[in-house]
Write a protein that binds this ligand. Structure first.
Ligand code: ZN
Length: 410
């Protein structure tokens, strides 16, 4: 089996792995200015997608240009999330070099889509493929590819600990090689319950003192997780931006959620913002939490809320995800001011950050890999893939970290 890395090797973003020039795993887009795409657009016989995050599905429709119609295999939520993201990319960048596909190609996605549940083997490009619950976001999958002689276990993004929205992964299928993500290979997350309690305490204090808390959150997974936390701790909250649509989408696929009743309660508890900026300005005056996209303050209704609440020290901005370098969210954490709509704005409101990661940390990665001590390990999807592979080698693993463009024979 030949594995070629077209993206996501030695980096986070634009994941794309091509097997024997025939089966493509993921086809993502890297959020940057300008966005980056896999190093080439292949013509595969079939595509299998691990989960519906932009860095794994962002370029999918471009595989359907001209007469190309490879079947695309995924879980139902991944299909819906991919379509949601593709339409958003068209809206933001359609017709420019920053959008690698057309409206017509997005429409074709539904024609070639083939959905599968977990642990139901299917045939794709002559391989037997099985998806396993990866515990990252609803519908996220590990992908096991079997050509009859060799089995490759592609972890995709995963979490070993349970979140409120999805339970952690327990799947450890037999394999001859593991291609493992390594996003947090040098990080140790605090226990989720402790992070939740700190967050809830802080948000409640601000509301009690008469302030407003803006909670920037990624639309997919994080927004739903935070709504469930707000409900559990009885924190009044609004939800705004793309996260509102994704919350409805996830509710339609409740079989991929850990506790559908809890998600239902959270959705009833939150107030959905459907109005315009006038309504947002009124909400920004209330003693409430506002869960809103974008998670890194690079767009979305957060851009309306932050200027409204920024100059009162009683208010708070509670960041809930990793802030990529160069984003306004990162700038706000580091400098105390943020560039919003081209204007640098000093922020007097309190700024805090919470680690609600949906990825395994170092211990979590090692917990999964411990089941594969006699198996070849390839490390991808991280900022320090080479260093992590070296650490695994020192620990007795047969590990390496390929680079984009590399071909590995397993
Ligand atoms: Zn992901």
């Amino acid at each position: 089996m030949n594995v070629r890395f077209l993206g996501g090797a030695g980096e986070v973003g634009r994941s794309a792995i091509l097997i024997d020039d025939s089966l493509l795993l993921d086809f993502g887009m890297k959020t940057a200015d300008p966005p980056q795409f896999p190093v080439e657009t292949p013509d595969p016989d079939a595509v299998v997608v691990s989960h519906g995050h932009l860095d794994h599905v962002g370029s999918i429709p471009s595989l359907l240009s001209g007469g190309r119609r490879p079947p695309i295999h995924w879980t139902p939520p991944t299909r819906e999330l991919t379509l949601t993201l593709a339409r958003d990319t068209l809206k933001l960048h359609g017709g420019t070099y920053d959008c690698p596909f057309t409206e017509e190609e997005v429409r074709r996605v539904t024609q070639v889509s083939e959905t599968h549940g977990y642990r139901e083997p299917f045939e794709a490009a002559g391989y037997e493929v099985t998806l396993y619950d990866a515990g990252h976001i609803p519908g996220s999958a590990h992908v096991l590819v079997d050509d009859g002689e060799t089995r490759l276990f592609y972890t995709g993004d995963f979490h070993v600990d349970s979140q409120r929205l999805v339970a952690g992964t327990t799947a450890r299928p037999d394999a001859d090689a593991v291609l493992c993500e390594s996003t947090y290979s040098d990080v140790q997350h605090d226990a989720r319950s402790a992070v939740e309690e700190r967050f809830a305490e802080s948000v409640k204090t601000t509301i009690w003192e008469g302030g407003t808390v803006v909670v920037p959150a990624f639309a997919i997974g994080r927004t739903q997780e935070l709504l469930m936390i707000c409900e559990a701790y009885d924190i009044p909250c609004y939800v705004d931006g793309m996260g509102t649509d994704v919350t409805e989408l996830v509710r339609r696929h409740s079989g991929f959620v850990r506790d559908p009743d809890a998600l239902q309660r959270a959705t009833s508890h939150a107030r959905f913002v459907t109005g315009r900026d006038g309504q947002r300005k009124r909400i920004a005056d209330q003693n409430t939490a506002i869960v809103t996209t974008s998670g890194m303050l690079s767009g979305g209704p957060a851009m309306t809320y932050i200027p409204e609440i920024r100059d009162r020290p009683v208010n708070k901005i509670a960041m809930t995800g990793y802030q990529v370098e160069g984003t306004p969210g990162r700038e706000l954490l580091e400098t105390g001011s943020a560039e919003i709509d081209g204007r640098v704005m000093p922020v007097a409101a309190q700024v805090e950050q919470y680690d609600f990661s949906a990825h395994a940390d170092r211990d979590g990665l090692l917990a999964l890999l411990d089941s594969y001590r006699d198996t070849r390990v390839l490390v991808d999807h991280g900022d320090r893939c080479g260093a992590f592979a070296d650490e695994l080698v020192a620990d007795g693993f047969d590990a390496s970290a390929p680079e984009n463009g590399d071909q590995v024979s397993i």
